[in-house]
Design a protein around this ligand. Structure first.
Ligand SMILES: *Cc1c(COP(=O)(O)O)cnc(C)c1O
Length: 414
């Protein structure tokens, strides 16, 4: 029977079926990964663990695209940020960072707390880090006082993707020896990334975003140059110390208790990424992002990122019309459609909402998510034009959609 008010009917509709987790991390965990983790813990000093550890560490190298070591911490991304700093730099060192958004701002705050002197290239939170300014700043630093360039690859608060190869070229063009550190916390596994080819010295990542795992693993991939710096730098550390990690890692083991259960999930997530093929994964995310921007444009709303070449394949941040609160829209969408959208962070609070299309997302999930946004805009009384979903479907129907492949892959039992 259809009893109750319209709002009650909407809530009842929302409670059946599955929750749509469309925030830009944590992202939904595929069924296969959940099943891989549904098992008893094992002795982390026994032979079975050694095999698992080695497999996961080798697999990580293939995702970071590096021949060098990747250390895995039981930590969030913030811990991996700290590990990168304390293993390579010394108190008082100057570093160059770029204000791409809230995550770059938080990383800067951490660097300052750890005693670094940060030169922060100002930004308007609507584009990636500027290679030309980085080049000019390094070129004028003739005494090589700047010890590291630290950028966020995918700025999760704004949906802008910094051009890491262009920044590498900028550092080289200035002939500057600074270390190059990149936060790929939300991009790794969803956006193209090449640690070795792009000559990054430290790549920082974590489990719960592009890699389709629950929160709880932090990563550092490192170059020879970064390892050399770690042998002479003067930042105190213990838990995060690379040297302590790398010794037992050689045989697949850890210096302390690792997140065993998550490592089983990691092994499965790596297998899923390779079954689809990394290039196909990245193409799928570009396609989903293009469809999302088509919807936003058709609604008559504005995408926050203004740089055509820097639109994120991981998420899209959408600006609210003046006078309308993004958090109210998110609340309406959650209550009526059981979908979580990302909030505006820092100075963007209430001004933008973020649609995640990272990790295990495919065309039908995205179409459902965009439908929820379109219904939410109407319910919340936000001025917009109808037809955003139709515009997105037109893009999704074009060749290049990896939706069907993704569907098959995640449906298959382990
Ligand atoms: C989420 C995120 C972080 C922080 O990671 P936690 O796991 O929350 O500590 C840092 N940088 C970027 C780009 C992120 O998206």
């Amino acid at each position: 029977m259809h009893g109750g008010t319209a709002a009650e009917r909407a809530r009842s509709m929302a409670r059946s079926g599955q929750h749509f987790l469309q925030i830009p991390g944590p992202s939904p965990v595929p069924e296969r990964v959940l099943q891989a983790m549904d098992r008893q813990v094992i002795d982390h000093r026994g032979p079975e663990f050694g095999r698992l550890g080695r497999e996961v560490m080798d697999g990580c190298r293939s995702i970071f695209r590096t021949a060098g070591p990747v250390v895995i911490y039981p930590s969030s991304g913030t811990g991996a940020w700290e590990a990168a700093i304390v293993n390579t730099l010394s108190p008082g060192d100057r570093v160059l960072m770029a204000e791409t958004g809230q995550f770059a701002t938080l990383w800067r705050q951490m660097a300052a707390r750890l005693g670094l002197e940060v030169e922060f290239i100002p930004g308007d939170w609507r584009r990636g880090a500027p290679p030309d300014v980085i080049e000019a700043t390094l070129a004028s630093d003739r005494s090589h006082a700047i010890k590291a360039v630290m950028v966020v690859h995918n700025e999760t608060s704004t949906g802008a993707l910094s051009r890491v190869p262009a920044i590498r070229r900028a550092i080289d063009a200035a002939g500057h020896p600074a270390l190059f550190m990149v936060d790929t916390i939300s991009s790794l596994g969803s956006a193209d990334y090449r640690h070795d080819e792009w000559q990054v010295d430290v790549t920082i990542a974590c489990s719960q975003k592009g890699l389709m795992l629950p929160p709880g693993l932090g990563f550092n991939a490192m170059s020879e140059k970064a390892l050399a710096a770690s042998r002479t730098n003067r930042m105190p550390r213990s838990y995060w110390d690379w040297a302590e990690m790398l010794k037992p890692n050689a045989n697949g083991f850890f210096p302390y208790t690792p997140a065993t259960t998550l490592l089983y999930g990691m092994r499965e997530a790596i297998a899923i990424l390779h079954e689809e093929g990394l290039d196909a994964v990245f193409a799928r995310h570009h396609h989903l992002a293009a469809a999302t921007r088509a919807a936003v444009g058709a609604w008559g709303l504005e995408v926050l990122c203004q740089e055509e070449a820097e639109h994120s394949p991981v998420l899209t941040a959408v600006m609210m019309p003046p006078g309308h609160d993004a958090d109210h829209l998110r609340k309406v969408v959650l209550e009526s459609c059981d979908m979580s959208l990302g909030a505006g962070l820092g100075k963007l609070a209430g001004k933008v909402f973020r649609i995640g299309h990272l990790g295990a997302c495919n065309s039908l999930v995205l179409a459902g998510a965009l439908s929820g946004v379109e219904m939410g805009l109407a319910r919340a009384g936000v001025p917009h034009r109808a037809g955003g979903v139709a515009a997105a479907l037109a893009v999704l129907a074009e060749p290049g959609d990896g939706g069907l492949r993704t569907q098959e892959r995640h449906g298959k039992a382990a």
